[in-house]
Write a protein that binds this ligand. Structure first.
Ligand SMILES: Nc1ncnc2c1ncn2[C@@H]1O[C@H](COP(=O)(O)OP(=O)(O)OP(=O)(O)O)[C@@H](O)[C@H]1O
Ligand SMILES: [Mg+2]
Length: 590
């Protein structure tokens, strides 16, 4: 905001200047009055006295007008006085400004106010313009007595101009002093006003910054007056405001930080179900951006009718609600939504929706359920078969030694299978719960691989599989649990043989990659269909249940591989082409 041209200090200055001049003029006027009155009185007094003196000279000469004229002229000479003598009828007998000859031209003076008064035995006085001497004059007239009788009048006159001159000379120093005073006061005023204006502007400009929330500057002005107090108070106010604002910002920042880093999605909606705010987690859950949805309805923002209905119910009942919803998408997600109704006093926000992502929990729950179902199923099958054979044997088959032996062999197989299954389940459970700490030591993977291969030699030969061991003779030392690592290699090679073709091939290799040391087991077997690859490491997952079972598998081998690798801080991956073969790689971290 620009400062006004005519600031208040200037206005004040103008006002006082005006008042000063008015007072000065008034003083001058009344002073002149007083002085003029006094001067005139003095002049009148002196004229009266002089008239009385002249009367003494004039009264014996009234009959001799020529002498009188001469005497009057003499008396007036050099005094500036005009002296006139008239007889009782008002006819001029002598006049200092005329000659004896011109005297006759003068008109009768009986009607002149001062003379008229003198003829009535008083001292006459009059101020008027004299046509004879062409100036304003003060006339004083005294009667000339002879006993009681008035013989004539002596009149003395003096131009008033003299009074004016006296007045002017008396006024001059007063006026000069007054003017000087005014000038000094004005100069002081200008200085003061300038300083005042500068200080006020300083306060104003800093205050303007405060208005824009810029607290960097303090109002620094000097002095010990009210302005200084104002500045100090404003400084105090600014610093307490700044503290308050900082505190608020801080609080806001804390709340924002908490909201931003929450795993839960939070959406606040207004009393008319309009969107108010959301944290980034909620934005991610529903795939919207807060800045584009402000003020829109909840349904427009989330596009989730079920959620809308839950919120409606909460609003109707004015009660908190908690329900599970699903959000469709690439991966269907499950959320528990808690609708928290706020008291109606809070005008801006009607309720808060808090979303917990339940997807992982639900998935794990499903896996667990499936696992239990699978385990019981896997256990029941061999048990049913064993019981069947026992019943058959007890039912008479025992008497036939050949049949009995055959049945007992199958039962032995089934029992082994049961044993293996229980073993696998226990291993898996152990690793999963991290119950067994890994007994880590330095192991050479090349060496371990050779040991494991040795164990499979009979089966490899039986299926006439060619093994290409590219690790042979090399050394790849990692830190790991020997038994567990051997288990990984056993499971992978077992699969590579089991799912291989007759006269197939197995390639074993190792190489150092960014993710760690990679051990790869590659086969030329039946391969895995694309859709099953991602599930291959799940417990009990088998591509072809019947076939795997025939081959004595329970579908736990790869799950064990995965968990052991993860326990080592590594991981396992699989790639495969159906009908051509599969490749399994395990990574030991660097
Ligand atoms: N090398 C492979 N070639 C083709 N399919 C494979 C291969 N390895 C595993 N699979 C498939 O993955 C499934 C799971 O393998 P996994 O090793 O976990 O179980 P399994 O071998 O059937 O039984 P287990 O290993 O418990 O005896 C197998 O049933 C099979 O369908
Ligand atoms: Mg297996």
């Amino acid at each position: 905001m620009p400062f006004p041209k005519l600031g208040f200090a200037k206005r004040l200055l103008f006002f006082y200047g005006f008042v000063f001049i008015a007072v000065l003029l008034l003083t001058d006027w009344s002073l002149s009055r007083v002085l003029e009155k006094r001067e005139l009185e003095q002049l009148q007094d002196s004229l009266t006295r002089q008239s009385i003196l002249i009367r003494e000279v004039a009264s014996p000469l009234l009959e001799r007008t020529l002498d009188l004229q001469n005497e009057i002229k003499k008396l007036a000479e050099g005094t500036g006085l005009r002296i006139t003598v008239v007889n009782a009828e008002g006819t001029p007998l002598a006049d200092s400004s005329e000659t004896h000859e011109t005297l006759a031209n003068m008109d009768n003076h009986a009607m002149r106010p001062e003379i008229a008064a003198a003829l009535k035995e008083q001292t006459g006085m009059s101020i008027r313009y004299s046509t004879t001497v062409k100036t304003r004059m003060l006339y004083v007239a005294v009667p000339i007595f002879q006993g009681e009788k008035i013989l004539g009048v002596v009149r003395a006159a003096m131009p008033i101009a003299r009074v004016d001159r006296i007045l002017a000379s008396a006024r001059k120093p007063v006026m000069v002093t007054a003017l000087l005073g005014i000038l000094m006061v004005l100069a002081a005023g200008i200085l003061f006003a300038g300083r005042l204006t500068a200080r006020i502007r300083r306060i104003t400009s800093v205050a303007e910054r405060y208005a824009q929330e810029d607290w960097s500057e303090k109002i620094l002005i000097d002095g010990r007056d009210e302005l200084k107090m104002l500045a100090d108070t404003m400084n105090k106010m600014a610093s307490s405001l700044k503290t308050r604002i900082d505190d608020l910002e801080n609080e806001k920042g804390k709340v924002a930080t908490i909201l931003t880093h929450m795993n839960e999605g939070v959406i606040a909606i207004g009393p008319r179900k309009q969107f108010v705010m959301a944290n980034p987690t909620a934005e991610r859950f529903f795939g919207f951006e807060t800045k584009t949805v402000g003020g829109k309805g909840l349904i427009e923002v989330t596009r989730h009718p079920q959620l809308e209905r839950i919120v409606d119910r909460a609003f109707e009942a004015r009660k908190n609600l908690s329900e599970e919803i699903q959000i469709p998408g690439n991966i269907k997600k499950t959320f528990r939504v808690n609708v928290l109704m706020l008291p109606p006093q809070i005008r801006e926000i009607g309720c808060i929706l808090v979303f917990h992502d339940m997807t992982e929990i639900r998935r794990l729950e499903n896996i667990r359920k499936e696992f239990v179902a699978n385990v019981s199923h896997e256990l029941r099958t061999p048990l049913t078969s064993i019981r069947g054979f026992i019943e058959t044997l007890l039912g008479g088959a025992l008497k036939e030694p050949a049949t009995s032996e055959h049945f007992l062999r199958i039962m032995e197989e089934e029992t082994k299978r049961l044993g293996r299954l229980v073993e696998d389940i226990l291993t898996l459970g152990e690793i999963e719960q991290r119950a067994t700490l890994l007994r880590k030591e330095k192991i050479d993977l090349a060496l371990e691989l050779s040991t494991v291969l040795e164990r499979f030699k009979p089966r490899i030969q039986e299926k006439r599989i060619a093994v290409e061991n590219r690790i042979l003779g090399k050394s790849f030392v990692v830190s790991g649990d020997r038994d567990k690592v051997q288990q990984v290699l056993v499971n992978l090679i077992d699969n590579a043989i089991k799912f291989n073709k007759e006269e197939g091939k197995i390639v074993l290799s190792a190489d150092q990659r960014a993710e760690g040391l990679a051990i790869t087991v590659e086969d030329t077997g039946i391969g895995i269909p694309q859709g099953s690859i991602e599930r291959i490491f799940e417990r009990f997952f088998r591509v072809d249940k019947a076939r795997s079972k025939e081959l004595g598998g329970t579908g736990l081998g790869l799950a064990i591989v995965k968990h052991i690798m993860e326990a080592h801080g590594g991981h396992a991956v699989c790639s495969s082409t159906l009908g051509k073969g599969s490749r399994f790689t395990v990574f030991f971290p660097g």
